[in-house]
Design a protein around this ligand. Structure first.
Ligand SMILES: [Zn+2]
Length: 214
């Protein structure tokens, strides 16, 4: 059995992939069952680059979901659940410009030179030093759900695209090799966009400890 088949089997056997909390008994801060509230166990960090997570509604109560943990760890992070938002400013704020923001895009390019690459809205590669990036947007959902969000929010195309090419496979057994959980994607992006590596390391470690090892 090759490793892909092996991973597929693990995923099929892990009931937690699709497991959800009962939405009437969750803590409304960490979105975990009140009996398993992790709010007081999280170590928070200040992040310079603002992070916004747009969460597909079907992801909201999933046990393995990492969006709210990400929001608790990062002091400068917001999570919005929904399917569509009228425009960029309704999400990021009146004073923000889409040209200074990037949306995370998981590509997993074998030929990529770097784990994180930035492309402008005309799809031209740009260096981080060429734009003063103020924030990033991450989509929280499966590949199919993310596709829906792209389709429902045409303003995403006004943002720079931050392509992630993870070197390491996800801690979670995703169906695609390049698949990463939301918190892993954000950690990878922040690591390469100038935040301290201790912050990214802690995000992964806390995800493992507070959600995956349960
Ligand atoms: Zn909680």
């Amino acid at each position: 059995m090759n490793s892909t088949e092996n991973k597929k089997l693990v995923e099929e056997k892990d009931p937690r992939v699709h497991a959800r909390f009962d939405k009437f008994s969750i803590c409304t801060t960490c979105y975990r069952d009140k009996s398993d509230c992790i709010c007081k166990k999280v170590t928070s960090f200040s992040n310079k680059l603002r992070v916004i997570i747009l969460q597909h509604p079907q992801e909201q109560f999933k046990k393995l979901n990492s969006a709210h943990l990400c929001g608790l760890i990062l002091r400068n992070c917001q999570v919005f659940a929904g399917l569509s938002w009228p425009n960029f400013k309704s999400v990021a704020g009146e004073h923000e410009q889409p040209s200074q923001w990037g949306i995370l895009y998981l590509k997993g390019h074998a030929q990529s030179l770097s784990p994180v690459e930035i492309f402008d809205r005309k799809d031209q590669p740009i260096l981080q030093s060429e734009i003063k990036l103020r924030g990033i947007i991450a989509l929280d959902g499966s590949w199919k759900q993310a596709k829906t969000l792209w389709w429902r929010n045409p303003w995403f195309l006004k943002l720079n695209r931050i392509t992630l090419n993870p070197e390491h496979e996800s801690l979670r057994n995703q169906s695609k090799k390049e698949g990463l959980s939301t918190i892993e994607s954000v950690a990878l992006a922040l690591r390469y966009l100038g935040e301290k590596s201790t912050l990214a390391d802690s995000m992964i470690w806390q995800y493992e400890k507070l959600i995956l090892s349960k």
